[in-house]
Design a protein around this ligand. Structure first.
Ligand SMILES: Cc1cc2nc3c(=O)[nH]c(=O)nc-3n(C[C@H](O)[C@H](O)[C@H](O)COP(=O)(O)OP(=O)(O)OC[C@H]3O[C@@H](n4cnc5c(N)ncnc54)[C@H](O)[C@@H]3O)c2cc1C
Length: 379
């Protein structure tokens, strides 16, 4: 891209320096927009989980020019193994790449992915201010006036809310939207060294709780496990998380069993109740627009939330570069993103519901495969 056609977009404020916010920042900065990126976290950290990066997510990262570092610092593969919960191997899925030269799927530790994106943000000389949020947004003519939590102000041609599920931008400018809906499931995750026999990603079926393992680097994996959410299980201390994870893994064999037997209190363990929503249109209000979990929050069933956030950042910058006016660009962005994100969210919630209802494994596999196939289409 060689610059936005819309003369009036010279500056943009991005609220939220996570996966979607950084993707948008990198693309807009390359288009010649002066980007001001702010994040609430004074240390600009991300928690210690691994993340699965599917083919479409890898395609989006290739578009961002970051695929080589992701391949080098994460792990990529062209196959996954499906096991019964006791470890019995059911089949090995050969996964075709969706584009020439692109790995089929992969994983990376979130802090590593964050650092790769942060390095590119810095390489683009994007202004980054931390420990900051917006407290007021007011549109006046062709600009948006922002008030910040440190009592300073700024005037921008465009404001992007990429501040995740509890979005402050959404609260300030999108009264027709609400919080994501709980789905009734929760996700347990543990980051740990690679089991000696682990040579590809794995999924385990047939137990009360489905689980999977993704390789995230030379000696790093994370295991995720989905359970029915029990009220009161939201806030657990380290000992409860450790015992809870171990007991949920009790029936498992294979590498999941190895992780249960070798996990220690030093490992990063987390539990999070799941919630999702595809927010109703419009996704923009004048010159304020939302992307990522702020507007299309999903559950991990298709491992596609981050991919959707990166794609949204790319599409927003593309439409701003293509259109003749801001309203047409933001409408085009919304229309390119809405159905695709809604499909991911609806399919993910449907898979979770089937798991809660003890649906047949072939029915669940069919939903997953169908949704992933549709996601392979260009965005
Ligand atoms: C349990 C679980 C597992 C998942 N696993 C996967 C997976 O394997 N693969 C996958 O693709 N996706 C996965 N996802 C989804 C993925 O993590 C998200 O969709 C993705 O991170 C969304 O990116 P984002 O930029 O919208 O938000 P985030 O990456 O969360 O970034 C938001 C940023 O905004 C900042 N912020 C928050 N509030 C404010 C504020 N008021 N002001 C300023 N800044 C603020 C935060 O500090 C943060 O830096 C998973 C989600 C869950 C819940």
């Amino acid at each position: 891209m060689t610059g936005t056609k819309i003369e009036s977009i010279r500056s943009a404020l991005i609220v939220g320096g996570g996966i979607g916010g950084m993707a948008a920042a990198i693309n807009l900065a390359r288009s010649g927009v002066a980007v001001d990126l702010i994040d609430l976290d004074p240390d600009w950290r991300v928690y210690g989980a691994g993340i699965t990066i599917t083919g479409p997510t890898l395609r989006a990262y290739r578009h961002l020019g970051l695929i080589d570092r992701i391949k080098a610092e994460g792990a990529v593969t062209n196959a996954s193994r499906v096991r019964l919960f006791d470890g019995t191997v059911l089949r090995v899925l050969e996964e075709p790449a969706i584009e020439e030269g692109l790995p089929a799927t992969g994983g990376i530790m979130r802090p590593v992915l964050h650092r790769i994106m942060q390095d590119e943000v810095r390489a683009q000389n994007i202004s980054v201010r931390l420990g900051l949020t917006v407290t007021a947004l007011e549109t006046s003519g062709d600009a948006v006036d922002a008030k910040f939590s440190n009592d300073t102000t700024g005037r921008y041609d465009l404001v992007i809310g990429a501040d995740s599920v509890n979005s402050a931008v959404r609260d300030l400018a999108f009264p027709h939207m609400g919080m994501p809906e709980p789905t009734g499931q929760g996700c347990w995750r543990i980051s740990i060294r690679k089991p000696p026999e682990q040579d590809m990603g794995e999924f385990y079926f047939g137990a009360e709780s489905p689980c999977g393992i993704t390789i995230c680097g030379a000696d790093a994996v994370y295991l995720f496990l989905l359970t029915r959410h029990v009220e009161g299980e939201r806030f657990m201390d380290d000992a409860e998380l450790f015992e809870g994870m171990k007991s949920h893994l009790a029936p498992f064999g294979g590498n999941a069993g190895w992780i249960r037997d070798n996990m220690s209190r030093e490992n990063w363990i987390n539990y999070r109740p799941l919630a999702a929503v595809c927010q109703p249109k419009p996704w923009y209000n004048g010159r304020i627009v939302l992307l990522g979990d702020a507007v299309h929050a999903t559950t991990p069933h298709l491992a596609s939330g981050a991919g959707m956030a990166v794609e949204s950042g790319i599409v927003l910058a593309e439409e701003l570069a293509r259109a003749n006016d801001v309203a047409s660009a933001l409408l085009a962005y919304q229309e390119r993103r809405f159905d695709r994100c809604k499909d991911v969210i609806d399919s993910s919630v449907a898979i979770g519901n089937l798991q809660l209802e003890h649906g047949r494994p072939d029915q669940i596999a069919g939903l997953i495969e169908g949704a992933l196939m549709r996601l392979n289409a260009p965005y």
